[in-house]
Design a binder for this molecule. Structure first.
Ligand SMILES: [Zn+2]
Length: 328
């Protein structure tokens, strides 16, 4: 081989290496970090193989009270893209997230995916929103295309695949939304009353026809429940004949136990209808550790405790149920 031809070959292979480096980086899954798992599950469904998705808060963690650990700060520093709901939810992470926003795309989904009309206000705090948007499936599904767009900014080659994922995941969530509405509609009128430890179910109530929801603590869990709060809710339970009240996985059950005792001291009876996943999903690796499973579990618990009858599980979600060995 002549020296000139060898040089030309070497130059060509060097050029190929230079060209292939960004292409290789594009093939690496994007490192996506969410605060709560309700976001991470939607992101994982949307992103497919285009992103490696994780969340900071696990089962049982209350996002209203959660503070970043040193390990969390390392995870945030290693992320290519960060999602959270709103400072109205992750109040004690807000400063840390704002600090990362200068160097890493950081998306607050309540503001990015919803215009003001779709958001409920926090009646307890002027200017703050109610962040519990995942409780209405028809609302929460709106974060899927926003997440896809944010990932596509850094992985444009993934846009088409993610659009297809958004479409199929949306179809599943549409089916879930219809099923929840049918389930709650089966509860006799006058019994569609949801009493919980904190006020996380306003979107659920509005979407699915709960007649009234009452909670001991407000939209945030930052202020402790007072005896006065418990007496007030106990009076509502006694007057309205609520058959059951609910504990939450992220809140100490003693608050609801105190409520039951107070109702009984007023001469009425009420049972604890079960445990709801309000601000965190169940354990990873269980059905309740998925967004679909969280909403399903809450709806099964509420419907059965309040005297309703569960409708048939939708066909669009049969494969989901098969994955978790859930009979339908
Ligand atoms: Zn909450």
């Amino acid at each position: 081989m002549s020296t000139d031809r060898l040089k030309a070959r070497l130059l060509a292979s060097a050029a190929a290496i230079v060209l292939s480096t960004p292409a290789f980086a594009q093939d690496e899954p994007l490192n996506v970090l969410a605060t709560v798992a309700m976001i991470a599950d939607v992101a994982a469904n949307v992103a497919g193989e285009c992103a490696a998705v994780s969340s900071l808060l696990g089962a049982g963690s209350d996002p209203h009270l959660y503070r970043a650990t040193a390990a969390d700060v390392d995870k945030l520093a290693g992320a290519d893209l960060i999602f959270y709901v709103d400072p109205a939810l992750e109040a004690r992470l807000a400063d840390v997230l704002a600090g990362f926003a200068d160097r890493t795309p950081t998306v607050g989904l309540a503001r990015a995916a919803f215009d003001g009309d779709a958001l409920l206000d926090d009646p307890g705090e002027a200017g703050a929103i109610d962040p519990h948007l995942w409780m209405d499936v028809s609302r929460w599904v709106r974060i899927a295309p926003v997440i896809a767009d944010a990932i596509a900014e850094q992985r444009p080659g993934c846009a088409d695949a993610m659009a297809a994922n958004v479409e199929s995941y949306t179809a599943r969530l549409d089916a879930l939304h219809g099923w929840v509405g049918d389930a709650i509609a089966s509860v006799p009128e006058g019994q569609r009353l949801l009493v919980t430890a904190h006020d996380a179910f306003e979107y659920y109530s509005a979407a699915y026809g709960i007649e009234a929801s009452e909670a001991i603590e407000g939209i945030s869990t930052e202020s402790e429940a007072s005896i006065g709060d418990i007496r007030e809710v106990a009076a509502f339970v006694a007057q309205s004949g609520v058959p059951a009240v609910f504990v939450e996985t992220t809140i100490n059950p003693r608050t609801i136990e105190a409520l039951v005792a107070e109702v009984q001291s007023q001469g009425h009876d009420v049972t604890i209808g079960g445990e709801l996943f309000s601000d965190a999903m169940g354990d990873a690796g269980t059905a309740e550790g998925t967004y679909i499973g969280m909403i399903r579990a809450n709806t099964v618990t509420v419907t059965e405790a309040l005297g309703g009858v569960l409708p048939d599980w939708p066909e669009a979600l049969h494969d989901w149920a098969d994955d978790w060995n859930i009979a339908y």
